[in-house]
Design a protein around this ligand. Structure first.
Ligand code: SAM
Length: 215
């Protein structure tokens, strides 16, 4: 993603503490206090401009959502959407997913969404892929037992890598689609990248995987 420098973006996030959580480490183990209702929490890692997470929060008022995005110049667009939609069940976090363990603990999260994650195609960058084993461990450490990762991408190489990584980690492959938009799945909410790539005729891949640590 091409990043445009927006020097005002950080101030804008700071001006909306009702939507952008300012001190996420304070809520570790108690995220339900941040929301109006105590209900399951789903997070999207690498939420971009927030089209997916805002659509999900509108469609599912009985679930709380957090969109996590590293770049302030990108998440500010998600904030604009959230200001407009004014949803009580969606918050944003401007942090690096590599630090998830600072902000969340076991059982805080019920599901992780990964959408169109950066592919990092060079093998020397494997550790940066959000489906690398170290990230799978980070997600495991904050999810409930039997928690799930739902993953969409247009990138065949990243999808194949991720299925192998999930499987090697011991995750159960619950659902795999190699042509998701022609799969008959109903109720899909598109991300910005999904919309852009599918309009260009790109095939979309999707999987749902589950941690097998239920007692
Ligand atoms: N999910 C959106 C979509 O499908 O339209 C955005 C996809 S974009 C290719 C990937 C996003 O993930 C970027 O906005 C990037 O800044 C974010 N990202 C990448 N690595 C991250 C990390 N370690 N922590 C948080 N966000 C990250």
């Amino acid at each position: 993603m091409r990043l445009r420098h927006k020097p005002w973006a950080k101030d804008k996030l700071d001006q909306h503490p009702q939507f952008v959580v300012a001190n996420p480490e304070m809520h570790k183990g108690n995220w339900h206090n941040v929301f109006e209702k105590n209900q399951p929490l789903h997070i999207e890692v690498g939420t971009g401009k927030g089209q997916f997470i805002t659509g999900m929060a509108k469609a599912n008022p009985d679930i709380n959502y957090i969109g996590i995005e590293l770049h302030v110049s990108v998440i500010v667009a998600a904030l604009d959407r959230l200001i407009e939609a004014d949803l009580p069940n969606l918050k944003l976090l401007n942090v690096n997913a590599a630090d998830l363990g600072k902000y969340f603990t076991k059982n805080d999260v019920d599901r992780v969404y990964l959408n169109f994650s950066d592919p990092w195609p060079k093998s020397r960058h494997e550790k940066r892929r959000l489906t690398y084993k170290d990230f799978l461990k980070l997600y495991e450490d904050i999810l409930v037992d039997g928690g799930e990762i739902h993953f969409k991408t247009d990138n065949q190489g990243l999808f194949e890598y991720s299925l192998t990584s999930f499987s090697a980690y011991g995750l159960l492959l619950k659902y795999v689609s190699l042509d998701f938009h022609n799969s008959g799945y109903e109720g899909n909410i598109m991300t910005e990248y999904e919309q852009k790539f599918s309009e260009m005729g790109q095939r979309i891949y999707r999987s749902e995987v589950k941690y097998q640590n239920e007692k």
